[in-house]
Design a protein around this ligand. Structure first.
Ligand code: GUN
Length: 279
């Protein structure tokens, strides 16, 4: 029987650890505070932001909400970031993406103090991810590593294939697997003989962005399959980048969708917030 990697349970375990850490910090007179900025009211963003605030409340992190109207000027958002960068009792700053189209996302991300960039999106943190250092790792990739480690799956020396090369998921996940001493290949839409590459993988990370793209022809017997995708079909049913029912008999371990990687992103955001307050 394959091992079903329970992201919900592992995320909860991390949140419990953080709750204890925050309680200890409070005894030392230290607080943890995350500024959460949402521009406009995209319904999906509201759901994500509310989830993050709920996690903060559970762990004992103060969340300070900034709900800005859609028509906010970029320079007003930059001014708010400058103010929060200089607010000592704000430890983390999260700008929910996507931003309205009149804003330059890259410019906004660069305006966050890297020491408060708990999403790990700032080029300084991406650079530290690459060369080492005390930066913040992007949350979803860090969540993938925690899922593997806490499920007793070793990365060292193993063939890891990441399908997808996005800046927020594919690339940083590959770099973290490399940091853990995996032998890493990044495959993408232009890769020739994709199945031949993915079939080499002891650990396959699917971050393709296409529903049920990875079928059993893509995987080696007993491979560990981590599914980063999340899609909703016309009947409102969630699925990932992996065709779960097709591969289940062949894999050694797999993350379900929902309940795999998804809950880990939020848990790692909380982890980065607590780290930010400790630095
Ligand atoms: N929008 C979707 N996912 C994320 C995330 O992880 N961080 C931010 N800031 N925005 C997002």
């Amino acid at each position: 029987m394959p091992q079903i990697i329970d992201g919900k349970q592992i995320a909860m375990q991390i949140k419990e650890e953080l709750k204890e850490r925050v309680a200890r910090l409070k005894q030392e007179g230290k607080s943890v505070c995350l500024a959460v900025i949402q521009v406009g009211n995209d319904p999906a963003s509201t759901v994500y932001v509310n989830g993050k605030k709920k996690d903060c409340a559970y762990i004992g992190i103060e969340s300070r909400s900034y709900e800005l109207p859609e028509e906010t000027k970029e320079k007003e958002l930059l001014a708010l970031l400058d103010q929060l960068n200089h607010t000592e009792d704000v430890h983390g700053i999260l700008v929910q993406l996507p931003l309205p189209s009149h804003m330059d996302e890259s410019k906004v991300v660069k305006a966050i103090d890297p020491a408060k960039d708990v999403d790990g999106f700032h080029p300084v943190n991406i650079g530290k991810l690459c060369i080492g250092g005390d930066g913040f790792d992007c949350c979803t990739p860090a969540g993938v590593i925690q899922l593997l480690k806490r499920s007793g799956i070793s990365i060292r020396g193993r063939e890891c294939v990441v399908v997808g090369r996005s800046n927020n998921v594919g690339k940083p996940t590959a770099l973290l697997l490399l940091r853990e001493n995996g032998t890493v290949t990044i495959a993408h839409s232009q890769t020739k003989d994709l199945k031949e590459i993915t079939k080499r993988a002891d650990i396959l990370v699917a971050a393709v962005g296409k529903p049920k793209f990875i079928t059993k022809e893509y995987i080696k017997e007993n491979a560990v399959v981590i599914d980063v995708g999340i899609h909703r079909n016309e009947d409102n049913v969630l699925c990932g980048d992996v065709d779960y029912d097709d591969v289940i008999e062949k894999v050694g371990a797999i993350t379900p969708v929902p309940g795999g990687v998804g809950p880990m992103t939020r848990a790692m955001l909380m982890y980065n917030c607590v780290e930010a307050a400790c630095k």
